[in-house]
Design a protein around this ligand. Sequence first.
Ligand SMILES: [Zn+2]
Length: 326
Amino acid sequence: MGIRGGIDLGGTKIQAVVVGDRGAVLGSARLPTPTTGGPPDVAAAMADAVRQAADEAGAVPADLEGVGVGSPGAVDDRAGTVATARNLPDWLDPYPLRDVLADALGTKVRLGNDVQVATDAEFALGAARPYKSILGVFWGTGVGGGIVLDGKPWLGRAAAGEIGHIVVRIGGRRCPCGRRGCMEAYAGRGAMEARAREKVADGEKTVLFEIMEDKGKPRLASGIWERALERDDKLAHQIVDRAVEAIGVALASSLNLLDVEAVVIGGGLGLRLGEPYVEKIREAMMPHLFADHRPPEVLLASLGDLGGAIGATLLAAERAPLGTHS
Ligand SMILES: [Zn+2]
């Protein structure tokens, strides 16, 4: 049996893994995402991460059966391109990432949507294994969603699963997408930080920015929110509770439409805050759920930080990625 590679391409880090049978991780490597330059620089760093992960697995990239990539932006696997990846440097026009990586690594490469591959990973190998139809919710800088219906990923016309842009308040706060009242305008970590800065400008006290400075971080990373909640910071609690409320509303609305069996909560903030906050999201969902006599399971993602990269390896499998499931 072959070994496969997977890359989770994020705005701050590039995570690569090499897996063997049944997704067992044999090697992994994490590199910072280049913040300057352009797509060729990012592609070069991605290839480096795969080389390092392969090395840890006692292999070279050409030994890999294939490499899958979970990418942000508009991913076109047929054309082999990624466009409009706004968190990546100078990456708006379609860039032929598949062929550039295939040349650099000497193996075939497939591209997928980052959130969808993370959902597929939880479906095939993680917390959602017992179910046929699921919704993945990834709570981080933004809030992404992935859908599996009856064992198959549902991508729509490539933009399905955008749970972060479900409207939770008509005429509400401005979302990073430019529209108003989206869930992400309340629950995305970027929006939460903006809210905290506004409150501080209004004279409210919080330990959030002290912790940020102590840790030498430029942004309110997930670990900073976790720490502030542990210290019972009032503003952190208010903002996180509001985020949970917004996620609960959007989740219930999604479930009223799709009625899937299970929901998996992941993402940087979701994983950090863990089970207690999964329970809070469940509680926030219930009042808005139509079929509330049999709510779906709401579960914490079980593959952790490596879930996205492990999911990407499924793209490189010989068989249909989710075919191993049932
Ligand atoms: Zn939006």
